[in-house]
Design a protein around this ligand. Sequence first.
Ligand code: AMP
Length: 186
Amino acid sequence: MSNLVIFLGPPGAGKGTQAVTIAKEKNLAHISTGDMLREHVSNETELGKIAKTLLDEGKLVPDSLVIEMLQERLLSNDCVNGAILDGFPRTIAQAKSLDKISEEFKISKVIVFEADRDELIKRILNRGETSGRSDDTEKSVSVRLEVYENDTAPLIEYYEQRNLVSKINAVGEVENIYNLILKEFE
Ligand code: AMP
């Protein structure tokens, strides 16, 4: 059985940055549903066409589409040793479907990235200057933060009930935060 580690947290909390290095260190696949969807948009696939406006506006792509995409991704060879899920699940429905498809995969921990709203907005708008991401804009950021509070934050309690949650202070030096996360893997 392979382990899944979920990185949960608001947009701009640094999940992606940390997931890349931790995945390498721990020999896990890095699965970012946001990156996958952006690839679909740039390749103009059927899914990409549906997702484009939603991404631009900061809204969630429908559960069924994201679940199917993730399910397929987990079948890849690079997931045999396990994976870090960065940006999935984002709703209770996604979490429930992950529980169902997790028969070969066990959720071993959920790392919750904590940062205050002002810090998140500052980071995303800074990132927007170089990321080229069409959703790193002031308008989209407020929608993304609201969607996080309404749809995604309830997952913290969902996983707390199963004693899977570790909370990390995600404000500070990237390297210090990296070390905090590594400790959770001991
Ligand atoms: P991210 O790169 O994780 O910040 O995701 C960027 C955007 O992709 C989000 O604002 C959503 O529009 C979409 N997205 C990424 N992951 C999911 C997911 N698990 N469920 C629904 N939409 C998602």
